[in-house]
Design a protein around this ligand. Structure first.
Ligand code: F6P
Length: 324
């Protein structure tokens, strides 16, 4: 491998910059040319590609967002788009590509690997929804950001003796909700993984829980709701109507994707960036860098993408028990 490319793709995540920085600096240190592909796979198709030096990544480790920009790219989901992507890599002399993103971005990398470009995936998503790794870049920061916001909401909720619903990100995965719920001592945690779609039943359970707690003298009731369950505003109205207890909903939204990354995210993302470059130097391709059982590791991309992730039942059980 002589020249490697790096891109960030899909939803951004805090500490993607730390991973990019490590790819650039370790790549240069290993004697490689490093090219930055801007705006994800869109930038590959449009040849929005720049030569990177250490200077480009200066002051980036503490910054949220991604200096390479990111995008979701529908064209790259088509065989024609993928073929074009591989051609651009060849034209640009890119013989190794590091893709920082989630499952969808890895599928693009998998296709490029089939077309002869050495690719390595680094898990970058606040959702923690990648099965082959226990850690994804940005999750720790997102959880801390949401936790701080929830603590603040709880202050005012207690003053007014209200019930609060805070909706956190996670369309298909409840990890942010579960962690925030546990970290803030929430009374109810609603996650898509354990929601059967029956909203009236779920709301009835919450109403009974809320009334039980009020009877016991609890002055607030915090509900952490994952985006995948949703309907927070409607839920608040119906809970208030059924209980007579003032209820407010807050949707935290994209604030969870930004901000300066935590130390854990900076360090793990840096390690993963370095690891990806060293895999390419060792001639590896079609692999995902992960973290399992206390160690950075790598796994075949096809195998990794075929795995299914499940919320830890014991953690969920304890989170519910502690919020009772
Ligand atoms: O995948 C990360 C994520 O933040 C999800 O939790 C959320 O559902 C989605 O991205 C939002 O995407 P967008 O930025 O396109 O609104």
């Amino acid at each position: 491998v002589r020249t490697i490319g790096v891109l960030t793709s899909g939803g951004d995540a805090p500490a993607m910059n730390a991973a990019t920085r490590a790819v650039v600096r370790v790549g240069l240190e290993r004697g490689l040319n490093v090219k930055g592909i801007r705006k994800g796979y869109n930038g590959l198709l449009n040849e929005d590609i720049i030569d990177l030096t250490s200077r480009h990544t200066a002051d980036s480790i503490s910054r949220g967002g991604t200096i390479l920009f990111t995008a979701r790219c529908d064209e790259f989901k088509t065989p024609e788009g993928q073929k074009r992507g591989a051609e651009v890599c060849r034209e640009q002399g890119i013989d190794g590509l590091v893709v920082i993103g989630g499952d969808g971005s890895f599928q693009g990398a998998q296709r490029l690997a089939e077309l002869g470009i050495n690719t390595i995936g680094i898990p970058g998503t606040i959702d923690l929804d990648i099965a082959c790794t226990e850690y994804t870049i940005g999750f720790d920061t997102a959880v801390n950001t949401a936790m701080e916001a929830i603590d603040k909401i709880r202050d005012t909720s207690t003053s007014h003796e209200r019930c609060s619903i805070v909706e956190v990100m996670g369309r298909g995965a409840g990890y942010i909700a579960l962690w925030c719920g546990m970290a803030t001592g929430a009374e109810d945690i609603l996650i898509p993984e354990s929601f059967d779609g029956n909203m009236p039943k779920l709301e009835q359970q919450i109403i009974e829980h809320l009334l039980r707690n009020r009877a016991l003298g609890k002055t607030h009731h915090m509900i952490i709701n994952a985006e995948g369950v949703g309907h927070s505003y409607g839920m608040a109205k119906r809970i208030e109507a059924a209980t007579g207890i003032e209820t407010r909903a807050t949707i935290l939204g994209h604030m969870q994707r930004g901000g300066s990354p935590t130390a854990k995210d900076r360090v793990y993302a840096s390690m993963m960036g370095a690891y990806a470059v060293d895999l390419l130097c060792a001639g590896k391709s079609n692999r995902i860098v992960g973290y399992q059982n206390g160690k950075f590791m790598d796994i075949d991309m096809d195998e990794g993408l075929a795995m299914e992730k499940h919320v830890d039942d014991y953690q969920l059980q304890i989170a519910h028990l502690l919020g009772k």
